[in-house]
Design a protein around this ligand. Structure first.
Ligand code: SF4
Length: 565
């Protein structure tokens, strides 16, 4: 359509890509964009790992679930398919034209501040490799600087799980050309907001958020297939962890008939593996305010999806350890429905965060329920055992750099990794990120990445990389058969070399050589109250500014910077 669509929804190449309907590949976007060191590495990496499929008009065949929801909300509101497109960022020139009044972008990790990007930045520094901003940040830089976004005076509206990163930089909104930043559940406000933009109302609100939670039976049903075959089954969580954005949403389970309608849409477009998304799949169908697992509702849902004509595989993404421990019978039933076995394990994520009772009490007392805070380490250990027994591999996250975290707490975490590493668990320890929900409590807090914290990050990473090395053949089953042997060689080589480089980092830490000293020396950012809230993300921001958004800062330049020249 040469005149362009009225409303164009899109995102960066890394945010909207679809690699064989596999969502985990997205984490590759979090490595520094100056690696691997080879000519045209960005183009090669983006073309291989962040591909997009679209028609001649630039309409994406598979789009991120969040954009599908906005598309559905706009169509429900009264816009037509001729007015709304989810566009391929590689073909924006075919979707945007003189008729385009509003452009909506979804962002996941626009500035590379996400926990995974930050962990990668830390690790690269620890092995003495200078990290440029992540591929995710570089790709956001590409799209936000695309002159097409503003060529026809379209309004630019941005939403998505990564907007907290942009909110850290209100001073950049003008330069980025952002008219409105939408937080939280956008479906209920997308219609009126885009209508204002389409009508050309002069000023959109700089920030927009839905006033009240959306009832789970009112969440619009997607109209096209999502990347990774995602279908949402619950929204919100209700455990109340202080650092958590999903928890800001009201908890509710999506009615089964609506879930199956979305499954039907995915299947109709050729998707055979459905990923049932939630913050904790074991919370599906639970009563509000209760931590009791609704075994019947879960078994009924998973059975219905697995038996849905055309579905070959059902997966899910998150469990909480406390619910696993309280419901081993349900975990077993789910694994049987999903036909998991030794050769075909399931993969699920869980947040451990910390095992310090004091910190659990401070930031996440609800996470351990129905158990006590003192029981938390045993709950994790038992839950991982239940997952092992039922053929799951667990991807577990912990944090360091929490406010009031002592060296004793860090030692406790190090020892805990030793305790659980016999399980099928990948453990990643993330330097804490400044989520909005935590900003107030984080005031006056500035974590220092002490040798002990560095050791903790390295220990967990070494364990997980070793496990990836060992499990590489199973992990690579997502690839076509012909691609597996070269991919296996590459993965074995990369993981083997990484472990080799970690030895050097270990020795450097033992020599008290502080390879993360930059984090201490740069200026602290300030929150609204003027208090220091420096964290690793601000450092990357400094680097983005200094490096012009994509270039690498050389060690000599770093020295000049630190000396103020
Ligand atoms: S349990 Fe997980 S999803 Fe729920 S509030 Fe805590 S961190 Fe958020």
């Amino acid at each position: 359509m040469s005149s362009g669509y009225k409303i164009v929804l899109s995102g960066s190449k890394t945010a909207v890509s679809d690699f064989r309907h596999s969502n985990w590949i997205g984490f590759l976007g979090c490595i520094p964009s100056n690696y691997p060191k080879m000519p045209y590495s960005r183009e090669i990496m983006e073309n291989i790992f962040f591909p997009t499929q679209s028609d001649d008009e630039g309409r994406l065949k598979f789009a991120p679930y969040s954009l599908r929801k906005i598309e559905a909300a706009l169509l429900e509101y009264g816009f037509t398919k001729d007015e709304v497109i989810i566009a391929d960022p590689r073909k924006l020139d075919r979707a945007i034209g003189p008729e385009t009044k509003a452009i909506g972008l979804t962002v996941h990790d626009p500035l590379g501040y996400s926990a995974v990007s930050q962990l990668n930045a830390c690790l690269f520094r620890l092995i003495n490799w200078w990290p440029a901003p992540s591929y995710t940040a570089a790709a956001f830089g590409d799209i936000i600087k695309n002159p097409l976004l503003k060529r026809y005076n379209s309004k630019l509206i941005i939403g998505g799980p990564g907007i907290w990163q942009l909110e850290e930089h209100p001073e950049m909104f003008k330069e980025w050309g952002i008219d409105c930043l939408v937080s939280g559940e956008a479906e209920s406000i997308a219609g009126p907001l885009f209508e204002s933009a389409v009508k050309g109302e002069a000023v959109l609100p700089e920030r927009a958020a839905s006033g009240k939670p959306l009832r789970s039976d009112k969440v619009p049903i997607i109209r096209g297939p999502s990347t990774g075959g995602v279908v949402e089954i619950t929204r919100g969580c209700g455990r109340g962890c202080q650092f958590c954005t999903p928890d800001l949403l009201f908890f509710g389970s999506i009615p089964k008939e609506n879930i199956l309608k979305e499954v039907e849409i995915e299947v109709r477009h050729g998707i055979r593996r459905i990923e049932l998304h939630s913050e904790d799949a074991l919370f599906y169908g639970r009563k509000l305010g209760s931590f009791e697992v609704n075994h019947e509702a879960i078994v009924d849902l998973f059975t219905s999806v697995k038996k849905f004509p055309g579905v070959r595989q059902v997966a899910t993404d998150f469990f909480a350890c406390s619910t696993i421990k309280s419901a081993p019978k349900t975990v077993k039933a789910m694994s049987e429905i999903m036909e998991l076995d030794k050769k075909h394990p399931g993969y699920v994520e869980t947040g451990l965060e910390t095992v310090s009772p004091r910190l659990v009490q401070n930031i996440m007392p609800g996470k351990v329920k129905p158990y006590t805070i003192e029981e938390w380490p045993d709950v994790i250990d038992d839950a991982l055992g239940i997952l092992d027994d039922n053929h799951w591999f667990t991807v577990a996250s912990m944090m360091t750099g929490l406010p009031k975290e002592t060296e004793q707490d860090v030692i406790r975490s190090i020892e805990f990794i030793d305790r659980i590493k016999h399980h099928n668990v990948f453990v990643w320890v993330f330097p804490l990120m400044p989520l909005r929900a935590m900003l107030k409590n984080a005031a006056k807090w500035a974590p220092e990445y002490t040798p002990l914290r560095q050791e903790l990050i390295l220990k967990a990473t070494r364990h997980s990389i070793s496990l990836i090395n060992r499990e590489a053949p199973r992990i690579l089953k997502v690839l076509p058969v012909w691609a597996r042997p070269p991919a296996l060689l590459a993965l074995k080589y990369v993981t083997g070399m990484t472990l080799h480089f970690f030895k050097g980092a270990d020795e450097a830490i033992a020599r008290h050589e502080d390879r993360l000293n930059l984090y201490k020396d740069l200026q602290y950012a300030h929150n609204k109250e003027g208090e220091a809230v420096m964290h690793v993300s601000s450092v990357v921001n400094e680097l983005v500014k200094i490096g012009g958004g994509s270039t690498t800062l050389l060690p000599e330049e770093e020295q000049n910077l630190l000396q103020g020249s």
